[in-house]
Design a binder for this molecule. Sequence first.
Ligand SMILES: [Mn+2]
Length: 357
Amino acid sequence: MKILHTADIHIREEGDKRWQALEKVIETAKEKGVDYLSISGDLFETDANADNLRPKIRGLFDDTNFNTLIIPGNHDANAYSSGYYFGGNIELLSNDDWSQNVVEDEKAVFIGLSFAEMDAMEFHWQLQRVLEEVNTDLPIVLLYHGELLDASFDRGAFGPEESKRYMPTRLSFFAEANIEYVLAGHFHSNFNVRKYGENGFFIYPGSPVSITSRETGKRQAALIELGEDPGDINLDTFHYQELKIHLNAFDQRDPIQVIEQELDTVDPKAAVLLEISGTITGSEQDMVEKVEELIGEVDVASSEYLFKDISQIVSHPVFDLFEQHLDELSESEEEVSETKREELRQMVIQAMSEVDL
Ligand SMILES: [Mn+2]
């Protein structure tokens, strides 16, 4: 049995980047021939978005030959009233009573732990209760949306959230029963798998599309073959990409060419968080203008220019003396490597920029 697992798409309008990411996820599930697609919470940005988009997303799931399992997250906790129709082959596991969110397959039993405000103690108690009721010999696969306390994740890793904890849990809670996989949502940053017990896996797939600029790098979904270690697959979806370029005034290459080459490597689906640092010899203003021209088609979400013109320093007689001394040193007793030379130069430039020349 094969499962494609995602969460936190946060869709809010038809046709935008997040919507396209949902389409990409469905397309990937088709390509991989999975039996199930799981969406563990925050499919929608808000309950109101869900209300508007409900009639529109139906079409996306029309000709799928897999089952899609959906649980609510903290962003769409009240989006799934009974009787609402989201599309064919979709099972909403949205009941507050988790024992109503059970999907039995020949090879595994899925339980949807739909999101509700509760602390870790309450969660553990509810989990034990539903496990007692389900009582099966088959491997159990949980769908869960919330915060894993074992990991010290940075607060920003969950997207723009308040500081409170969302249905927190611990890995040790899952080690007791035959829970083989916890298909989790809420952690946006990246694909992240943790092992528990003998062969249990807790899987945060990371959001399949960047929601904020803190979610950098290509986005992923989890691909699970029952009984095996979970794998990750790259999604060709919108994401932020950090691009840090360090210029060196002593580099023989043209800095403009260096920047152009770096910009060429940018993923066409990415928005760049650009940072250019280091040293140049020439007008800083001209450099900024040239860079802005180069950017052209590249989607640059933010740019930071931290480079510095050091022509005043390097044309100073003191610096000349220093370079001459380095050359002499290389020719005589000690070999001065290019890295060492660069290190010394940086020190001299730093020192010289701190005094009035
Ligand atoms: Mn979320």
